[in-house]
Design a protein around this ligand. Structure first.
Ligand SMILES: Cc1cc2nc3c(=O)[nH]c(=O)nc-3n(C[C@H](O)[C@H](O)[C@H](O)COP(=O)(O)OP(=O)(O)OC[C@H]3O[C@@H](n4cnc5c(N)ncnc54)[C@H](O)[C@@H]3O)c2cc1C
Length: 293
């Protein structure tokens, strides 16, 4: 199907993009990044924006830069560029690894970090990785720039803390310490590569003990979320206590109502709960292996 007709704008600065979004705010207006999620919804008629604001020509939204323990990724940076950034694998392996796990090479050449996070698709890979990596989101709207802690960012399926007319401009990825490790694992859909269930984990350690853990899941729930009971069980545990991975994984759906689990043609809620437990255990075991090897 062809999309409905729409007006198209291609601003070259963030300020022009915000102004264009604001000028047309009395109609349905949407930014477009890689278009890999938005265009199919427009072609199928699920979305029919009157105005589309293309972010592709805004140089300030593209690229990767570094400053004092933090790597900043512009929202329009394509996955392939992130996954190919060798320095990032040393600074925060989780973010590099989860980006490299997205779709296939065609998807990674076009999809963007900002589009992936702003879309809040439950099956997308980056939201869980961003939660576990504790990234900071930079946004810019009519009232100027602001930062959003990632724990406040994902609100519901396809809904984030971004307000109407606000753009995600970049994310700050903190570098992991020498004794810390991040892991991303997923059960991928055989057709699209999207996560049926994905688990991202960061273990902070002092070389002998897990001092802090951030563990998050996607695919399992309506939006990516942290698994607090798992994190709490891991904290202050010696790395040598290998059984902690299975114990923590058994808590993966603690406090989760059955209706919160996703159910679709790919996996029932029960099967997703099982996959979640299996992938939490594997991710923690992998993380412990990587620290202790
Ligand atoms: C065949 C296929 C396989 C895929 N497999 C995977 C996979 O394995 N893992 C995975 O994670 N994803 C996968 N995807 C999804 C793909 O990565 C999407 O492109 C991504 O989710 C959205 O990024 P985008 O840049 O294409 O955004 P778009 O489609 O352009 O935009 C998506 C939404 O975000 C909004 N938006 C975009 N950028 C911004 C911004 N900077 N500020 C505010 N709002 C913004 C748009 O208005 C729109 O509502 C797949 C897609 C396809 C087509």
């Amino acid at each position: 199907m062809y999309p409905e007709e729409f007006e198209y704008y291609d601003p070259e600065t963030i300020e022009d993009a915000i102004e264009t979004l604001e000028t047309h705010s009395d109609r349905e207006v949407t930014p477009i990044a890689g278009g890999h999620s938005l265009l199919p919804t427009m072609k199928s008629g699920l979305a029919s924006p009157d105005v589309v604001v293309d972010l592709a020509f805004i140089d300030d939204l593209h690229g990767i830069s570094r400053d004092d323990g933090v790597t900043t990724i512009g929202s329009m940076t394509e996955y392939a560029r992130v996954a190919d950034d060798e320095q990032l694998w040393g600074e925060n392996r989780l973010v590099a690894e989860s980006t490299a796990a997205i779709g296939d090479i065609q998807v990674r050449n076009v999809g963007t970090v900002g589009g992936n996070l702003a879309h809040s698709d439950p099956a997308a890979d980056l939201p869980a990785a961003a939660l576990a990596a504790d990234v900071t989101v930079h946004a810019h709207g009519p009232d100027g720039p602001r930062t959003i802690p990632i724990d406040d960012f994902f609100v519901a399926m396809f809904t984030t803390a971004l307000e109407d007319g606000e753009l995600l401009t970049s994310v700050d990825v903190p570098h992991l310490g020498d004794d810390d490790i991040g892991v991303y694992l997923k059960k991928a859909s055989p057709s699209s590569g999207y996560a049926i269930v994905g688990v991202a984990a960061v273990l902070e350690t002092d070389g002998e003990t897990i001092t802090n853990a951030r563990v998050a899941a996607n695919g399992a729930f309506g939006h990516a979320m942290r698994l607090s009971p798992v994190e709490e069980h891991l904290a202050d545990t010696p790395l040598s206590r290998r059984e902690v991975a299975a114990e923590a994984a058994a808590l993966a759906t603690d406090g989760v109502d059955a209706y919160q689990l996703m159910e679709d043609e790919q996996a029932s809620a029960d099967f997703r709960a099982h996959l979640l437990e299996v992938y939490v255990e594997r991710a923690i075991e992998d993380a412990i292996d990587r620290v202790t090897d």
